[in-house]
Design a protein around this ligand. Structure first.
Ligand SMILES: Cc1ncc(COP(=O)(O)O)c(C=O)c1O
Length: 310
């Protein structure tokens, strides 16, 4: 496998950083997660909304003062090249990381060098998208925008997510839902949250300390355009969650994952809801390139054929 590291493609096993790298000590990095979905019939991988991921990476970098050393077009091209060179025949996850690369001690964002690396790994389902998951409300409060910008996918912010995810697993749940310091629903450890209630989808607004998910945006559009269901962005209380007709999580890793229980309250009697199932079916067709109406969201990548010299 190859990685993109220090401006070139090299074997993944040789992409190594110094123990003194600033980002390792202080979480001073931003990252993205992009899925490549392999269409077996066409023997082709479809990258899902990679441009939007890089637009978000650029915003994240601007917020934590990382000078992204590439344009969005260049990042899209590097990604296509990386995937083609590795020649995967399965679903993959691409991880670009922009980071403070200086070998330096001292907490700050300024006067440091920046770099970007990227690698891709085979990646199947992250949560159970078929049967759904059981969630708990986390005892860890979501970090708010005045602590670390919520709109930025900053590495250091994920300690908050990791605490909450591990707490959930250690208590026997599959995933966690964190609340804001005001007590409203924010998001999962790596997912946005939706409920279906009185014929509408409802999801927390950006002011409730969420990362604005690209899957979240896709679901809002698919629900409206394909099912005629509108989405209300408003604060969601804990009791809204417990009394929802349906609930699901969205994210690059999680896709659309049904939630069947929250803190032992059964949602839809513990079954996957009808709207959730319909939306997931539509979404999976889109991401595997089976719905031409959304082809502008996809970048097809084929395995790079290396010419043999005879
Ligand atoms: C904290 C958090 N919220 C939400 C999401 C969902 O975002 P997206 O759909 O863009 O993957 C993610 C995943 O990237 C995340 O880490």
């Amino acid at each position: 496998m190859e990685a993109y590291f220090q401006h070139r493609f090299i074997p993944l096993s040789e992409a190594r950083l110094s123990v003194m790298t600033h980002a390792l000590h202080y979480g001073t990095a931003c990252f993205e997660g992009i899925r490549g979905n392999w269409n077996r019939e066409e023997d082709r991988t479809y990258l899902f909304r990679s441009r939007e991921h890089y637009q978000r990476l650029a915003r994240s970098c601007q917020l934590i003062k990382i000078d992204l050393p590439y344009t969005i077009d260049e990042l899209c091209d590097i990604t296509v090249d990386l995937v083609a060179r590795n020649g995967f025949h399965e679903d993959i996850y691409i991880r670009p990381l922009a980071y403070k690369s200086s070998e330096a001690i001292g907490v700050r964002l300024h006067d440091l060098e920046d770099d970007l690396l990227m690698f891709a790994v085979p990646f199947g389902p992250y949560l159970d998208v078929d049967k759904g998951v059981k969630c708990c409300i986390s005892s860890w409060v979501r970090i708010n925008d005045n602590m670390i910008p919520s709109a930025a996918k900053v590495s250091g912010r994920y300690v908050n997510s990791a605490l909450a995810k591990t707490e959930a697993l250690e208590k026997g749940f599959d995933e966690t839902i964190m609340l804001t310091s005001q007590g409203y629903v924010s998001e999962g450890s790596g997912e946005n949250v939706f409920i279906f209630y009185h014929g509408k989808l409802i999801t927390p607004p950006s002011s409730d300390d969420i990362l604005i998910g690209i899957t979240r945006d896709s679901v809002i559009r698919l629900a409206q355009e394909e099912l005629g269901i509108s989405t209300l962005e408003r604060s969601v209380s804990r009791s809204d969650l417990y009394s929802a007709s349906e609930c699901f999580l969205t994210g690059t890793a999680a896709h659309i994952t049904p939630v069947v229980e929250i803190d032992h309250y059964r949602i839809e009697e513990g079954r996957v809801g009808e709207v959730t199932r319909k939306l997931a079916d539509i979404y999976f067709d889109v991401i595997y390139g089976r719905n031409p109406r959304y082809s502008s969201w996809l970048t097809p990548v084929e395995k790079k054929i290396t010419k043999s010299v005879s």
